[in-house]
Design a protein around this ligand. Structure first.
Ligand code: ATP
Length: 441
């Protein structure tokens, strides 16, 4: 379990500012907001969905495409419910819940201190175990034989396909299976905007190894995963690896690390990297009666592979890159808000801005945007004053703006403005693509 974040009302103002920016600019909104929303569910707007796609693409690129030892799958969200009995979730996937006897608010027992509610002094009830899996029914009859679960993690979709991947690919341990997909948990206290959700998205990889190599691979993956976040441009001093103490480890785990980020509400888990032994494959082997061992014909031995699992959240990564990039500064007596997003994930990489809404500027600007669009994520904008447009692009994290002005027609040049230091350079239109490529890649 991660270090417990403070309830959102205690989190400093930067969270509120970020949530307001996210709404104002179209990154994320409370789900079904016109009906008052639904706690723990969020919708993603045009910039949000692009940012998420960029994060997922970066993960897939690093974890699958750039490696020859990892393949991807996409398993169904609803699985045979026997899966969740075998994995231990039906028995154990619970959080301890306490309720304030005065105001009846409910909390996760491990996220409150003392025996009384700090707000109103109400005594907490004894903790009881609260089940986190959402239940629904398959088919027309709503009885217990038709009951299924919305998956609370994507990992089990990988374990149950282990034999399919062995027999349909040339993968042999050590190798990994990766998956990105939605997961659902009926969290007792969702909050801190998109940090803890009831519907969220995971990026998980199960890396299957010979038993003797498990700890070596845990060591490898914890470093690789930290590196991935650094590669997204997150400040190194805000990231750390935290090793789980013995008392914190699940009974089957051989070792685990959390990648943590220093959120405004404290250091919290961004990703878990765990050595899970042969727990999952043995459990599914016993419950399904299917052989999930592997025969190594070089060493002539049969074994059930051990697993190292890096398990990350799309939503937490999104929140992290946004918080980490959020920056306020004063420029010529005015406040400037800038999201210093890494160019590889910024929803828009180049904004094309005619200085005025007059011809021939508009036609020239549109032509330039059209030419750049296949190579960069671009946006054309000719509304409002140029100052306001720069401010908007700064706020949504666009690294470069290209301004087309009255000189462009005669000198065949445009101005590139940099988001971070606001410097401007004049570049010939013929060299524009190259100049942007140099800056962005
Ligand atoms: P916590 O202790 O915060 O409840 P956990 O240790 O149960 O988390 P894991 O089961 O290890 O979390 O999940 C792996 C990753 O999935 C987390 O590091 C996080 O990025 C993401 N994740 C888990 N639960 C949620 C959630 N409710 N909302 C958003 N992301 C989540």
């Amino acid at each position: 379990m991660a270090t417990a974040p403070l309830p959102s009302r205690e989190a400093p103002a930067v969270m509120e500012k970020l949530v307001s920016l996210a709404k104002r600019r179209g990154f994320f909104f409370q789900s079904s907001e016109i009906y008052g929303g639904l706690q723990g569910f969020w919708d993603f707007g045009p910039l949000g969905v692009t940012l998420r796609n960029n994060i997922k693409r970066a993960w897939w690129r690093t974890m699958v495409e750039l490696r020859d030892d990892v393949v991807g799958i996409d398993a169904a969200i609803i699985m045979n419910p026997k899966t969740w009995v075998a994995s231990g979730h039906v028995q154990n996937f619970t959080d301890p819940l306490v309720e304030c006897k005065k105001c009846h608010q409910r909390f996760r027992a491990d996220q409150v201190s003392g025996t009384r509610h700090a707000d109103d002094g109400g005594e907490f009830t004894e903790a009881r175990q609260f089940h986190l899996m959402f239940r629904t029914f398959v088919g027309p009859v709503e009885d217990s034989s038709a009951q299924v679960y919305l998956r609370p993690e994507t990992a089990q979709g990988i374990f149950v396909n282990f034999a399919n991947i062995l027999s349909s690919t040339r993968m042999r341990p050590p190798f990994g299976i990766a998956q990105i997909g939605k997961a659902f948990r009926n969290e007792i206290t969702p909050g801190n905007s998109i940090f803890r959700l009831r519907e969220f998205e995971q990026m998980e990889m199960e890396y299957f190894v010979p038993p003797a190599e498990e700890m070596m691979w845990l060591d490898h993956w914890k470093d690789e995963r930290l590196k991935w976040y650094l590669g997204l441009g997150i400040k190194p001093e805000k990231l750390r690896l935290r090793q789980h103490g013995k008392e914190e480890l699940a009974h089957y785990a051989r070792g685990a690390f959390d990648v943590e980020y220093e959120f405004p509400f404290g250091w919290s888990e961004l990703e878990g990297v765990a050595a899970r032994g042969d727990y999952d494959l043995v459990a599914h082997q016993q419950a399904s009666g299917r052989d999930l061992s592997y025969f190594d014909d070089v060493h002539r031995e049969r074994y059930v592979p051990h697993v190292v699992e890096p398990s990350a959240g799309v939503d937490r990564t999104m929140l992290t890159v946004m918080i980490d990039a959020y920056h306020e500064e004063e420029v010529r007596g005015e406040q400037r808000v800038v999201l210093r997003l890494h160019p590889s994930i910024a929803p828009i990489q180049v904004a094309i801005l005619p200085l005025s809404r007059k011809e021939p500027l508009i036609a020239a600007a549109q032509r330039i945007e059209h030419e750049l669009r296949p190579y960069f994520r671009t946006e054309y904008d000719d509304t409002q004053s140029i100052g306001k447009r720069y401010r908007r692009q700064d706020e949504i994290g666009t690294p470069y703006g290209v301004t087309i002005d009255f000189e462009t027609e005669t000198d065949r040049s445009v101005t590139i403005r940099s988001r971070d230091d606001m410097t401007q350079v004049r570049v010939p239109v013929a060299k524009l693509r190259e100049a942007l490529q140099e800056r962005l890649h």
